[in-house]
Write a protein of this length. Structure first.
Lengths: 113, 111
């Protein structure tokens, strides 16, 4: 069965500092990987996705993520965070076809002035 | 205990039928959601209820009707099912300022 682990429940960063959110997955084949952001009081928004090809993917809002098969990881990064990046971030994995997504538990990002 | 539980996990039905998916949360959250996972696995919000009141209603066919008998339950009823309704549907709940908790999803197949 597929599973996703986000080891950090909370992360606090200063505005302008870099951010990295960890995501580890368990899946037998090449997964489809996603990062979603949940801003306060809102639904989910897709930040980026990985299906195949270049293992470094660029997303919206200046985010990027790198797929590392050897480490079963898909960590999300941003070089310089803005106060508006304070939100909950979810990593998700899905099979190549047909199966439903499995979500990690989420990481809450707090941004200090 | 499962925080957000939705049933059934799998639903196979014929075109034209009416079906319901149930969702219950025991987290005491005020807000519940229905999301649709499309064929490319993107999640799209369908509905959101806050304390039994509809607050988000995205552009979905009116064959889809959410029903919230109380704030711990948000059911999704679908009339006259069509082939294109085949997808995975996720229920989620979240308190004010809290992160979402997801159900395990219901895979709907319309034949």
């Amino acid at each position: 069965a597929q599973s996703v682990t986000q080891p950090d429940i909370h992360i606090t960063v200063s505005e302008g500092a870099s951010l990295e959110l960890r995501c580890n997955y368990s899946y037998g084949a090449t997964p489809y990987l996603f990062w979603y952001v949940q801003s306060p009081g809102q639904g989910l928004q897709l930040l980026l996705k990985y299906f195949s090809g270049d293992t470094l993917v660029q997303g919206i809002k200046g985010f990027e993520a790198e797929f590392k098969r050897s480490q079963s990881s898909f960590n999300l990064r941003k070089p310089s965070v803005h106060w508006s990046d304070a939100a909950e971030y979810f990593c998700a994995v899905g099979a190549a076809a047909g199966n439903k997504l499995t979500f990690g538990g989420g990481t809450r990002v707090l941004v200090k002035p | 205990d499962t925080a957000v539980s939705q049933t059934p996990k799998y639903l196979v039905t014929q075109m034209g039928n009416d079906k319901s998916i149930k969702c219950e949360q025991n987290l005491g959250h005020d807000t519940m959601y229905w999301y649709k996972q499309d064929s490319k696995k993107f999640l799209k919000i369908m509905f959101s209820y806050n304390n039994k009141e509809l607050i988000i209603n995205e552009t979905v066919p009116n064959r889809f009707s959410p029903k919230s008998p109380d704030k711990a339950h948000l059911n999704l009823h679908i009339n006259s099912l069509e082939l294109g309704d085949s997808a995975v549907y996720f229920c989620a709940s979240g308190g004010s300022g809290e992160k979402l908790f997801f159900g395990s999803g219901t895979q709907l197949s319309v034949l």
